[in-house]
Design a protein around this ligand. Structure first.
Ligand SMILES: [Fe+2]
Length: 249
C-alpha cells in the first residue's frame, strides 16, 4: 500500500480571508488571461512566492518556464510578491514549516468551478533530477485549505472512476499532502468560492518522511492509502519511457 493523502502536523494560524480576497482583487490579472498556465477554468491563480519579478511573471513564456521547472533549482531564489509576506504574515509562517529544501513556486488559488478527477503531469515539465519521480517521495504535493472547512470538497481516488474519498480537512488541521502523480484527485464545486495555498518545491526527503511518519502515528484513521501504484507508469508519463528502459539504455 502507498499513502495517497495525509494531513500534516504544522502550526497553522489561518489568515483573515478578507485579506486574501483583496490580494486576488488587486493581482489576479497577473495570471488570469495573460498566462494561461493550466488548461482548466476551475481555479484562478495568484502567485505568492516565485522566482520571477511581478513584471516578468506577466510574460507567458517566462511564467511557463517557471511553471515547467517547478521541480528544479534555478538560477534565482524565489521571493514574495507584492509584499504579501508583510501583508499576510501567516503565509510565511506556514511555508517555513513545510518539508522542502527549496520552495520553487507558491500560489493562492480561488476555486471557481468543478475540478475533474486528474493526476498531475504537465506536458513540458522539466526534471534535472529524475529521482524526483518515485513513489518513495510521495505524498509530496502540499496544499493548505484557507476557507470553507465546514464543507470540504477535495477528494482522492485510486483510479479515475473508483470510489471518491473526501478527507477531513479542518480549520485546525488545514494542511495536507497528496500523491498527485500517482493517484487521482479533484474537487466538487460548492459556493462560496474557496481559497487554498498551493505549494511546490524540492523536497527535503528526510524531513518529509519524518512528517509523514508522524501523521501516520497521530491520525491513522485519516490517512488514505491505496494499493501500490505502478512507479513505471509515472516514469512513462513524465519521461516517455519506463525507469527500467532508462536504466538499460
Ligand atoms: Fe492536481
Amino acid at each position: 500500500m502507498a499513502i495517497a493523502y495525509a494531513p500534516l502536523n504544522i502550526d497553522v494560524r489561518l489568515p483573515d480571508i478578507s485579506k486574501i480576497k483583496k490580494y486576488f482583487d488587486e493581482h489576479q490579472h497577473v495570471l488570469s488571461g495573460e498566462a494561461d498556465l493550466i488548461d482548466n477554468d476551475a481555479f484562478i491563480f495568484v502567485p505568492v512566492f516565485i522566482r520571477a519579478s511581478e513584471q516578468e511573471w506577466k510574460d507567458p513564456t517566462i511564467a511557463m518556464h517557471h511553471y515547467q521547472n517547478r521541480w528544479n533549482t534555478l538560477e534565482k531564489p524565489a521571493k514574495y510578491l507584492y509584499n504579501i509576506d508583510k501583508i499576510i504574515p501567516e503565509i510565511p509562517d506556514i511555508l517555513n514549516q513545510l518539508p522542502y529544501k527549496e520552495l520553487t513556486m507558491v500560489y493562492l488559488l480561488r476555486q471557481t468551478g468543478y475540478v475533474n478527477p486528474h493526476y498531475d503531469s504537465e506536458p513540458g515539465d522539466v526534471y534535472h533530477d529524475n529521482s524526483e519521480i518515485s513513489i518513495k517521495n510521495e505524498p509530496h504535493r502540499i496544499n493548505v485549505l484557507l476557507s470553507n472547512h465546514e464543507d470540504p470538497n477535495f477528494f482522492v481516488s485510486e483510479f479515475k472512476d473508483s470510489e471518491r474519498i473526501f478527507p477531513r480537512i479542518t480549520a485546525s488541521r488545514p494542511c495536507y499532502a497528496f500523491a498527485e502523480r500517482y493517484y487521482w484527485h479533484g474537487a466538487e464545486y460548492t459556493k462560496p468560492e474557496r481559497y487554498l495555498l498551493s505549494v511546490f518545491g524540492i523536497l527535503d526527503r528526510e524531513k518529509h518522511r519524518a512528517m509523514i511518519d508522524e501523521s501516520v502515528k497521530l491520525w491513522p484513521n485519516d490517512i488514505i492509502q491505496f494499493p501500490d501504484p505502478d512507479d513505471e507508469w509515472a516514469w512513462d508519463r513524465h519521461f516517455g519511457h519506463s525507469e527500467n528502459k532508462y536504466k538499460e539504455s
